[in-house]
Design a protein. Sequence first.
Lengths: 460, 495
Amino acid sequence: MSRTIRTSSVGFWIASLALAGVCWAGSPPPDLLQVVRRYADTMLERGRDTYGPQKSGLLLSSLDRMALAPLTARPSPPAGIRREDRSGRPWSALHGANPQLDQNLLRVLYALSEITGESRYREAADAELKWFFNNTMSPTTNLLPWGEHLCWDVILDQPIAGGDVAMHEFARPWMLWDRCFALAPEPSRRFALGLWEHQVANHETGAFDRHAPYHQHGPVDGKDFARHGGFYIGTWCYAYKHTREKVFLDAIDVVLHRFERKRVQKDGSLAATIGPLDCHVAAQMVPDLLASRLRAFAEKEDEILLNEWRKRPPIPSMPKWQMAYGGQTTAAWAMFCLARYQQVQKPAYRDMVVAVADAYGNSLPEEDADVWPMTFAHAISAQVAAYRFTRREPYRQEAMRLARMAVDIYWQDNPLPRASFKTGHYETITGCDSLAIALLEVHAMLRGLSVEIPANVIDR
Amino acid sequence: MDKRCGAMWAAWLVVLMSARICGAAEVPKSPYLPVIYRYADAMIERGRDVHGPTKTGLFLSALDRSALAPLTTRPSAPAGIREGDRDGPASGPLVGANPQHDENLLRVLYTLSELSGKPVYREAADAELRWFLASAASPATGLFPWGEHMSWNVISDEPIPDKRTGKGAHEFARPWVLWDRCFELDPAASKRFALALWEHQIADHSTGAFDRHAGYWEHSVTDGTDFARHAGFYIRTWAVAYAHTTDPTLLRAIETLLERYERKRHPKTGLIELCSGRADASPLLSLSLAIDCDGASRRVPEPLASRLRVFATKEDQVFCLLPHDLKTRRGFVAALDKETGKPANVVTPLWEARYGDLTTAQAAMMCVARYENTGKAGYRDLIVAAAEAYLDGLPPDDVDLWPMTFGHAISLQLAAWRSTARSVHLDHARKLADLAQQVFWQGSALPRASSRPKTAAGHCESITGADTLALALVELHLSILHIAAVRCPANTIDR
C-alpha cells in the first residue's frame, strides 16, 4: 500500500475495504506462470553478475529486493540458516553466486523456455553453467566453489567461503550433469575426477569426509554422511556415461561397497544408508554387473526404509513447517517418497505422498514460525502429486490455496520472492527456486500442460 | 597418536590454514548478552520467593536493586503507572509475584537455556509456572491472581486483592503465550483455568458479554467494558486449551466471543467500538484481537479456523488503510469515530508511555506480529515508517521513560532491518540498546523501573517492561551475530 493511499481521505479507505479477498482459501491463485516469469525476467535483467572486473553473468544467490541489486549489508538470516552456509564472505554482504543453491532456478529457466518458446531463459542457464565450469574450478583439486560452503564472489571475482575455511561440500544432488557435459565436457569430467581424487580420502575403503579442501588436496576419513556418497555416485555415473572412463566405475564400486558394509550394524541388523535414489539413477548408466549391484542396493534400501516407517511413521514426528539446518519437514520427506515412486512405482511410496498431502490439508504454519519458501514448495508439490495419483479435487484445491498463499507471502509486491516469513531480502538458500518449480507444477496442472516440469525432489 | 597419524594431522592443519579466507570482515561486537545473563542470574539467585512460610520460588515482580532483596518500602510509581496496578498490597511494599508482568522474563529464561545449554534458566521458569498453576488458582472460580490488578504475596502467601476495591479482580495484563508450556507442565490446572475463564469471566454465554474485570474469590461477572483485546486473550487461551484437550466447550466459547465481535464491526467503516455503547473505536485494541484470532485459528478445527482468519484479515484491511501519520506526527491513529471513521486528534506518542496508551513502537510491534505471519506489504510499510520515525534522534531527557518502550523501539528497528536489509536500522537498534543499558542497568544486575526515578538508585519493577527490554536485547544479540539456530520469541505481547 502506498503512502498516498494511507494519507488519503477517510472516504477512500472506507470504500477500499470492499476490495480484495479476505483469506487464501476458495479463490484461484494468480497467474502463476506470470509470477515465475517475472521472477526469471528480473533475475536475468537485474540479478546477474555485471560487477567487478569480470562480468560472469552468473545469477546472484542473494539480492536486495527493494533495490533489485546486490545487497550492501549482510541481511538477517532466516531461521535455521547457519552463518557459514550463506553465499558471502564471513560477516560481509552476500555477493556470492552458488549454482547448487540456484539449481532449481536453472531448471525453472529451462522449463520456461519449453513453456514459452523463448530461448533466452535456456541461454541464461546455459551461460551460467558454461562460465562456472570453465572459470571457477580449483586448478589443484578440480573442485568447484559451490555447494554448502563455497560460492563465487561476483564483486571480487574469486571463490569464497562462508566460513573460515574453503571446504567443498555438496548442498544437493546435481541433476544437470547431462547439460554440463554438453556445454563443458572437459571441465565436467575434471570435476568428476576431482571428486574422486580430492574428496575421497581412501580409494580402497571409500572413506571420505563431506568436507574437502577446495584449494589444496586434503581429503580426510571423517564424516562420511551417506547422502553425500549418493551425490558422488550420482556424479560419477554421468561422467562414465559421457566419457566411458573406467575410473568412474571404480569410484562408484568403492563407495557403494563402503555402504554395503556400513549398512550392516554391529548386532547384524540393517540400517538405511545412502537411500535408493542416486543408486537407481546410476544403474541406468553403468555396465550390467555394477548396475545390478546398484539396483539390488536400492531395493534393499527400500525394504529397510519402508520397514522402519511402518514401525515409526514419520508424519507425526517431523515438523510440518519450520525448517532448520540438517532438519527435514514432513513435506520434504514426501518429496523423497515421490522421487522414489517416480523411479519404481512402489505403491507404499505413493501412499506416503498422499498421506503427507492429507497432513497439510488446510494447514497453516505455526504462529511466528519463520517458514522457508522451500517448505511451501514441497507442500505444494505433494498436493500436485496427490492430485495426479488420485484425481481428487481437494488436492487440487489445496495446491491452489498453498500456491496463492506462497505468492502473497513471499512475492508480495515485488518480482523476487523473499527468503522467509521474517526476512525481506532474496536468498536462494531457503529454496525459493524450489517454490518456483512448485508454482510451475500448479500452473501445468491447472492448464493441463504437456510440458514436463522438473521434479521437485532435489532438496535432500 | 602414531607418527604417521601425527604427520597426517599436521598436513591437515597446514591445509586448513592455507585454506583460510583472507579479507573477511571482523566479527561484530555484541556486549548485550552478559547483561541479560547477569539479570537472569540475579533474579534466580536473589529474586525468587524464599520468604514467608511457603517458599514458592516465584519471581518477585519488584525488588530493591541495591539490596537485591524484596522492597521494604513502597517506592514512588514510575510515570504513567497507576498505584492500583502495582504488584503489592495497597500502600504496602511491593511484594507481589505476577507471572503476567514477568511473562517476557520467563520467555527470556527459556531462550537463555537454549543459548547456553544450561537448564537452570528453563528450570526456574518451569518452577514458577508449575507452582503458580498448581497452587494459586481460586478454589471458587479457578481464576489466577495475576494480570492487571492481582498478584501473589510472597511474604504472607496469599493472593493480593485489587487495591482499588479490596476485592479480587481478575483481568489479563497481556496475552498469555506460554499456554503450551503450561499444558505440558500441568494439563489439569491449565484446563481448569481455561474453563474458568468461560464460566467466571464471561457474563452471558449466549451473547459473549463480559467485563474485563471478574471476581477472583467468588463468581462475579458483569456485562461491562468488553475491550476487544481481552476477547483476544480469552480466545487465545481457549484455542490452545482446545488443542490440548479437544473439549468442545472451548470451541463454543471461542465461537460466542468471535460472533460478538463480528457483530460489533461497523458495516461501513469496519471499525469496532472501544467497548459496548461507545461511539469511538480503538483500532489498536481491535488489531490486538486480530493477532489472537489468527493465532487461535492455527489451533482449532474448521470451519471455526477460517472464521477466525477472516476476522483477522478484515482487521488487516481496516487497520492498514487508516490514515496513520508516521511521517509528520510520527504516530498511529489511536482513536476514531466508529460510524464516520473520522480520526480523533490522537496519535501514539514516540516515547511517553502510560497506562492505557500505546507508544508508536508498541503499536508497530503489533504490525510486526501481523506482518511476520501474513506477509502483507501494508504492514511492512507501516513498520518501516514507524522505525524511520525513531531514527531522528534519541529519547528526550525530560520524560520518565520505561524500559518497555526501549524494548519495543529496539525490536522495531530489528524488524525493519529484517524486512529491508538496511543496516541503518540495525545500527540504530544498537544505539538504543547502548543507551538502555546506561539508563536502566547502570552497572547493576537489575534494571530500574524507569529513567527518572524519585530515588537515586531506583527500584526494579517489571510492570514497566524490563522483561520486554531484556527480550529485545537478546533479539539484538542474535541479530548482530546472525545466530539463527536459536529463535528469539516475538517481542509482540505488550498490547
